[in-house]
Design a protein around this ligand. Structure first.
Ligand code: DON
Length: 606
């Protein structure tokens, strides 16, 4: 299926064909070079936060970014000189005036960074901080938002510089009030150049998606600005991005947006998408007519208003169980198994999914409180959690303190290096008493099981050799048959880390583990089971001729090996004993199946 057949592509194509018919609005001409734009051009692009780009119509036609640059320059100013300094030169209130209004607030600051006065003030801050390198700084930053090197339209830059007296008047007024401290011409050169950067609707959609993705460009993966700067930028885009129609915009569309007289619009819906449109016919307020209609249609059709959010906090728990229903892949010896069965409520596992925010973390706090009083180990699986908000972190800190007081050890697993979750939790976890991180869920469960067994029985029986009569597969065999079988076995020793069985090979033997620990793994490394003394490995050789998995010695291992040939001769002499062994094998397999079915049932019930 081509991407043009995707549902959103079809919807955008419909918008494109419907709104192409709207010839209202005029191409801007107060900057002479802008009047050369082709009024028929119309491009739409949407970039998702996972980096998929939809493009319809003239999505690659380049035009000058104009006022849209203001949103991104504001973000860069916050990053470069910090919010305190930014707030001394510009407010954050909607002005209710046109974009080029010369009116300032009563404290002589511009109303907000989205009108010309506020944008010039922000650019002046970059000039103060970067001197001659100011434009390079902005050019680099906006290019990183777009994920490609943007060019400057020299003709439009010169055209605006030659005619931009109104902006010159604004800049002098700001200088008069001590808002702009530098040289007016130098600041305006940078401002006119930033407005003359060439972008396409596709570029705008990527730039918007970078805002929607907390400052990380979804195509390049680069963190362009901090999530702090993004939240502030989206705020002023919401309240002032569409000038004196800002109120109506929030009311009807509800997506933070910014327009430019060049005919572009960006709209950024946090965590969801970035939209870029281009159509140079603009209305009286300087907003692209077809672009506005596209934004409005997209928001209405899919109910994308940012305040129109629904969510069920309960879905953040993908599964919740204890080691009684889902144990680790470590097969326990009977005594250990009995301990775990008696004390299964001591270890609970909670698998979380989705971004953790205030609402679902609060729900988790109630679920944790409802766990049984005998709880000693809580395993929290974060494999499917992409981010943890500040509020969720605060709630989690309180939950962890309560658990520490109740002497519950907490294990986090599934935290991957270099991810936002690691950034949020990595250091923080280390400082918490009774909290640890184990990479894999299965290993975390095994760790907790070991602790439970140790606290009840003193130590694990790993090293203690097992008599042949204790082998599960040989249980109930009469002594004559057992000693006849033992005559046919040869002892084998394996070093730690040695491979004992290779997947894909012809199976010619089965091994009885006398002491030590072995792991059965798929060739890719995934652990299927860990076995210890009293258990057989490669026992499927009695049914299957090809080895289905690798077997590794996790510790020094002592085994008794029985070849299939030897077993065949044993079968001739002791047919009933043989039947008994096959019965034991069937029972062991049935038990494994029952355990697997229980796991499936528990995990599928969520
Ligand atoms: O300063 C100006 O007038 C232009 N460079 C930018 C104005 C603009 O894009 C207003 N937006 N709708």
């Amino acid at each position: 299926m081509s991407s043009a057949e995707l549902p959103l592509a079809r919807f955008l194509a419909r918008c494109h064909s419907d709104f192409s018919k709207d010839d209202s609005g005029e191409v801007a001409s107060y900057i002479p070079e802008l009047s050369l734009a082709n009024p028929a051009d119309f491009g739409i692009a949407v970039t998702t936060v996972d980096g998929f780009v939809y493009e319809i119509g003239d999505s690659n036609v380049e035009f000058t970014i104009q006022s849209i640059s203001k949103a991104f320059v504001f973000a860069v100013a916050l990053e470069t000189v910090g919010p305190d300094r930014v707030e001394t030169v510009v407010g954050v209130e909607p002005s209710g005036d046109a974009f080029n209004s010369i009116r300032l607030r009563s404290d002589n600051r511009p109303f907000n960074p989205m009108v010309n006065a506020g944008a010039i003030a922000c650019t002046s801050l970059i000039c103060e901080s970067e001197g001659d390198g100011a434009f390079t700084r902005l050019h680099d930053a906006l290019s990183r938002f777009a994920g490609r090197r943007l060019d400057v339209d020299e003709a439009t830059f010169k055209s605006e510089r030659a005619t931009g007296d109104r902006n010159r008047a604004i800049a002098y007024l700001l200088r008069n009030h001590g808002v702009l401290l530098g040289d007016v011409d130098q600041v305006l050169d940078v401002y006119f150049r930033q407005c003359a950067l060439r972008v396409s609707a596709r570029d705008l959609s990527v730039m918007a998606a970078t805002l929607s993705h907390k400052g990380r460009n979804p195509l390049t993966g680069e963190q362009v600005v901090s999530s702090y700067a993004v939240a502030r930028t989206l705020s002023v885009m919401t309240s002032s991005g569409m000038y004196d129609s800002a109120g109506r915009w929030v009311y009807r569309v509800g997506i933070p947006a910014k327009s430019g007289v060049g005919g572009g619009i960006v709209a950024a819906l946090p965590s969801q998408l970035g939209l870029g449109t281009y159509s140079p016919r603009i209305d009286d307020q300087g907003n692209s007519v077809r672009g506005l209609r596209t934004c409005e249609a997209l928001s209405t059709h899919y109910g994308l208003h940012m305040l129109n959010r629904v969510g069920d906090v309960r879905t953040c728990i993908a599964a919740s169980y204890d080691v009684g229903s889902v144990s680790s892949r470590r097969n326990r010896r009977p005594r250990e198994q009995a301990i775990l069965e008696a004390h299964h409520a001591k270890c609970a596992i909670v698998e979380l999914t989705g971004a953790l925010s205030f609402a679902n973390a609060e729900y988790i706090s109630r679920r944790v409180r409802g766990l049984p009083p005998e709880l000693a180990y809580l395993i929290v699986d974060l494999r499917r959690v992409p981010s943890v908000s500040e509020a969720a972190l605060q709630l989690m800190a309180d939950i962890l303190d309560d658990l520490a007081r109740a002497e519950v050890d907490v294990v986090f697993c599934g935290i991957t290096k270099g991810t936002p979750v690691e950034a949020a939790l990595g250091e923080w976890l280390l400082g918490k008493a009774g909290v640890r991180s184990i990479a894999l869920l299965d290993e975390a469960i095994e760790w907790a099981e070991d602790r439970i067994i140790q606290s009840e029985a003193g130590a694990l029986d790993v090293e203690k050799p097992t008599a042949l009569s204790e082998q599960q597969l040989l249980a109930g065999l009469d002594p004559t048959a057992l000693s006849a079988l033992s005559e046919l076995m040869t002892p084998h020793h394996y070093r730690v880390g040695e491979r004992m069985i290779l997947a894909g090979e012809q199976a010619t033997t089965l091994l009885f583990v006398v002491s030590g620990v072995v792991s059965v793994r798929l060739p890719g490394g995934l652990r299927l089971a860990t076995l210890s003394a009293g258990m057989a490995v490669g026992e499927m050789a009695l049914l299957e001729t090809t080895r289905s998995a690798d077997v590794w010695a996790d510790t020094a291992v002592a085994c008794l090996e029985l070849s299939l040939d030897a077993f065949a001769s044993f079968r001739n002499l002791h047919p009933r004993a043989c039947e008994h062994i096959m019965g034991n094998l069937a029972r062991l397999l049935a038990k494994r199946l029952i355990i697997a079915n229980t796991k499936i049932e528990v995990l599928a019930s969520y």
